[in-house]
Ligand binder design. Structure first.
Ligand code: AMP
Length: 570
């Protein structure tokens, strides 16, 4: 709904501002062919060319354009060209199992698919004529097309070549869908989240506040979090709105690539999941790396370990611990220190910064306990200075599920009424994260109600793994839990109740072989543990909480300690 106020909240003014106020600010991109660089003036020209090319390809207002791409300038060009002309940018995670990729492309009905040359194989493997029926054109980023069976196919540079470098951007309604991203759900089937222009506009403005993860025009920003992951946490939009220099780390960057870009480009602000920074920390142990330009690093997607916060402190880099969700465009909270905590002792400060933090301006939250009652963490009584002093709150005392609402929080999943019923209520999104809130309003995630495992920033569906494992004859019952892991934060471990006749080593080998066949390597459980029975809750569901506790105390289960996990990528 467009309200009076001159103009709707769309992405167009962000591009306009960068083009006109910062025409010479650079965009740097690491590609398979080396470093490419140009400025916002050239960027705006290429965005217009791409928009014209999409016109010629017959992509109409409201149509979806998919991308299976890394963080580079080509991908960034689609970020403004596709939504500003009224079509919808659908970013796709290439690390998903084939059947998820098929489901996503089919469900979204993408008309054009942009594919990175290094990801062609992943798309070819997932290609299914029925699922990909809507796709009329594949565009391979770069200036040549490697051999591929996908068709019709053209390279990106030929696709845009010859098109005018100006475009008459339409006046769009702010409710027009601009973006789309799928998240993995408990049932395993990914759920689509649509982002309207208004959602991305308001998210951009909120993240640019000091309480968010602000970029400024003197910042050199390197989003390491993939652009297929909720718009790289919105950075490409906020960096453009602010006029920052962009640095894109390209295909599968390793710690040496990241360290090199920080040094060479003078990166001041960067963002990514903990696994990425653990890699950089390891790299810095062995190599001389100059991190002196770096001022802030945003860490989220999984909990930032305390040791990581301290490591960056020692290097004079402020680690901003952020929490968010695909459904929230994605930023929800950031662990900034409140002004009255600036003089607190170091232990208290570290404790606050290790939490998921304070809701950013524009959002509201509530915490709902098992009985559907609101947890009273901030009642007037509790917040009065006297009662605060008399009865300081203990973290962990009251916990419940975090519910959120706000202008950039989605109200529904795309074409998934049953999921909508479960996950939304009266305008609130039920996050599935179990939290406590301390007396200063800092959120802390203490558990996860949703049945998914997050490994290196990517979801693994425990339900899908369980179904695959239970299909084996020698398995009477099976469940999969996420166990803590130093590098990947969580890794899957399967608990199996074998049938009486089963030969255990054979079952383990066969089960793992079956899983490997159906899912990417990084989904394969690190370990298969045999148990006599799987603990159940009062309602008969597998009690994964008990299993997680038992796994910590290995004496209770037969099995082995997990070896180093090796997902293909984070
Ligand atoms: P996604 O939709 O893939 O962005 O994942 C969102 C989920 O990741 C949240 O609901 C949390 O379970 C988890 N998550 C995100 N950020 C954090 C964080 N800083 N600490 C712990 N868990 C997080």
């Amino acid at each position: 709904m467009n309200m009076p106020g001159g103009a709707p909240q769309t992405l167009r003014p962000f591009l306009w501002r960068a083009e006109h106020l910062y025409p010479e600010t650079e965009i740097v991109s690491r590609t398979a062919g080396g470093i490419e660089r140009y400025d916002y003036a050239a960027y705006a020209d290429r965005v217009a060319q791409l928009a014209n090319a999409l016109d010629e390809a017959g992509v109409e207002e409201g149509d979806r354009v998919g991308t299976v791409c890394w963080n580079d300038h080509w991908h960034f060009e689609t970020y403004f060209a596709v939504p500003n002309r009224g079509s919808q940018l659908h970013t796709i995670n290439p690390l998903l199992p084939d059947h998820h990729l098929q489901y996503i492309v089919e469900n979204a009905e993408d008309r054009v698919l942009f594919v990175d040359a290094t990801l062609l194989e992943a798309v070819e493997a997932a290609y299914d004529p029925e699922a990909f029926e809507s796709v009329e054109q594949f565009v391979v980023t770069g200036d040549r097309v490697p051999h591929t069976d996908l068709e019709p196919v053209v390279d990106y540079e030929s696709f845009v070549e010859g098109h005018p470098a100006t475009y008459d951007w339409p006046d769009l309604d702010e409710d027009q869908p601009a973006g789309m991203c799928y998240t993995s759900g408990t049932t395993g089937k990914p759920k689509g989240v649509e982002y309207t222009h208004q959602m991305l506009w308001s998210h951009t403005m909120a993240t640019l506040t000091p309480q968010g993860v602000p970029a400024a025009d003197d910042d050199v920003v390197m989003p390491v979090v993939p652009m297929f992951h909720v718009n790289a946490w919105g950075f490409p939009f906020s960096m453009t709105a602010a006029g920052s220099k962009h640095v894109y780390p390209g295909p599968s960057p390793d710690p040496a690539d990241l360290a090199g870009l920080i040094e060479q480009e003078g990166v001041t602000l960067t963002a990514g999941v903990p696994t990425v920074w653990l890699g950089l920390m390891e790299h810095c142990k062995e190599h001389e790396v100059d991190l002196s330009s770096l001022e802030r690093v945003v860490v989220g997607g999984s909990a930032a370990p305390e040791a990581m916060i301290r490591w960056f402190d020692e290097h004079d880099v402020e680690l901003l611990h952020a929490w968010g969700m695909t459904e929230m465009s994605p930023i929800g909270s950031v662990a900034h220190l409140k002004s009255d905590l600036q003089d607190a002792d170091e232990g208290t400060k570290l404790d606050k910064r290790t939490k998921q933090g304070l809701m950013v301006p524009g959002l509201e939250f509530r915490v709902i306990d098992e009985n559907g009652e609101e947890v009273e963490w901030n009642s007037a009584e509790r917040r009065s200075a006297d009662s605060r002093a008399a009865e300081p709150r203990d973290d962990g005392e009251d916990f419940g599920e975090l519910w959120v609402r706000g202008p950039w929080v989605t109200q529904e999943y795309y074409r998934r009424p049953e999921a909508n019923e479960a996950d939304f209520e009266d305008g609130w999104l039920k996050t599935g994260d179990i939290v406590t809130v301390d007396e200063d309003g800092y959120l802390k995630i203490v558990d996860r109600a949703k049945d998914v495992i997050k490994s290196g920033g990517e979801w693994i569906s425990s339900v899908e793994l369980e179904n695959a494992i239970m299909a084996h004859d020698g398995v009477a019952e099976a469940t999969v839990i996420g166990v803590p892991h130093d590098r990947w934060q969580e890794r899957p471990v399967a608990f199996v109740v074998p049938t009486d006749e089963a030969d255990r080593p054979t079952v383990e080998d066969e089960v793992l072989a079956m899983v490997r066949e159906e899912f990417p390597d990084w989904w394969v459980p690190d370990d298969v543990m045999y148990v006599d029975e799987i603990p159940k809750t009062a309602t008969g569901k597998f009690d994964k909480k008990v299993l997680r506790e038992e796994y910590d105390d290995e004496s209770l289960v037969e099995g082995k300690v997990p070896e180093e996990a090796a997902p293909e990528d984070d």
